[in-house]
Design a protein around this ligand. Structure first.
Ligand SMILES: [Zn+2]
Length: 87
């Protein structure tokens, strides 16, 4: 496993100059996603307004709760579809 340490300074300068290179790292719900910059490892998330914001520990907590609710709802929906499509 690769150790994630702070990105070397040149990468951060690159981001400052050309902007971050975000990649979706986690789908929390249909509308809330987490992104990580491939260069400097900065993390963002979608907030309640649908805008991107820094992924703080507070948002990580909110997202994990959201994810749990979302996953549970999806499982329930799936079970419903399965049982109604048997006939
Ligand atoms: Zn970056």
């Amino acid at each position: 496993m690769k150790k994630t340490t702070n990105a070397p300074a040149p990468m951060r300068i690159y981001c400052d100059l050309f902007g971050h290179n975000y990649e979706m790292t986690k789908k929390v719900t249909l509308h809330v996603k987490e992104y990580t910059c491939k260069c400097c490892k900065r993390q963002l998330t979608t907030n309640g307004n649908g805008k991107l914001t820094e992924l703080t520990p507070k948002f990580q907590e909110i997202n994990s709760i959201l994810e749990e609710i979302y996953t549970r709802r999806m499982i329930r929906l799936k079970n419903k579809t399965l049982s109604s499509s048997i006939y």
